[in-house]
Design a protein around this ligand. Sequence first.
Ligand code: NAG
Ligand code: NAG
Ligand code: NAG
Length: 246
Amino acid sequence: MYKSLYILFVLCVFSVRMKELPEYIKKARCHIDENIEQCMKVNGNKILRQLISEGVPEFNLPSMNPLKVDFIQMINTPQLQVNVSKMEVHGLTEMTIIEAKAKPAEGVFKASLINKNITVVGKYTANGKILTFPVVGEGDFSIYLKNGLYNETVICRMVKRNGDDYLERMNIFLTANFERVVSDFRNLFNGNKQLGDQFNMLLNENWEYLISEYGPSVVQFLKNLMGNLFDSFTSNVPFKNLFLFD
Ligand SMILES: *[C@@H]1O[C@H](CO)[C@@H](O)[C@H](O)[C@H]1NC(C)=O
Ligand SMILES: *[C@@H]1O[C@H](CO)[C@@H](O)[C@H](O)[C@H]1NC(C)=O
Ligand SMILES: *[C@@H]1O[C@H](CO)[C@@H](O)[C@H](O)[C@H]1NC(C)=O
């Protein structure tokens, strides 16, 4: 799903001419000077909530309050497959930028964000083994990511289109750290409640191990998400209109 969405997105981008930033984002642009990092942090925090909740329809960026995903193969390893459908990610409007770093001329942008409660809900189907225990089931699930710290780095190069310079994303790096992760998978083991409860307890006692094991799949998902968010600006709006130069 995510891939096809992305391809669709890329097609849209190339069929489209240069676009204007929405007015409230235009007002939050920063000068490229020694204060740029402070400005990106302060102004970024001013617009983040509206950006996440409204999206930018002109850029084909949907609302992310909640973020909705129809289907994703969330974990796909030889030991364990977990598919997720009707997924909703709640709490993204509460993202706060605690630090921004920017070297626009070199195409390097970094942001550290915190979020005290991201809650993911949806339907899962699982088949495989976790911590040597066989796990099968399908049903509702929720995952609560407590006090996340998300550090993102985007590396870009400058490309020319129709005579204008655009930033183009070459790479994205993301680390995510949590104080705690609490998950609840319902209807495991054909709805055997006792086994299901025990298993959820096991998951929650071993959340750090699970993050080390399965975190990368989730981080990949978040990377796509943040990358697309970034691209929706840089591919629609020329560099000269993303920052202030006078
Ligand atoms: C986290 O957010 C979800 C909904 O977004 C809410 O249901 C839940 O109670 C919140 N949890 C905490 C501990 O604040
Ligand atoms: C997950 O989805 C894929 C692709 O649709 C399918 O081949 C696989 O059997 C599914 N796995 C589970 C555990 O539902
Ligand atoms: C994330 O960024 C914060 C703030 O810049 C920093 O203190 C922390 O060490 C970084 N963590 C990782 C894992 O990079």
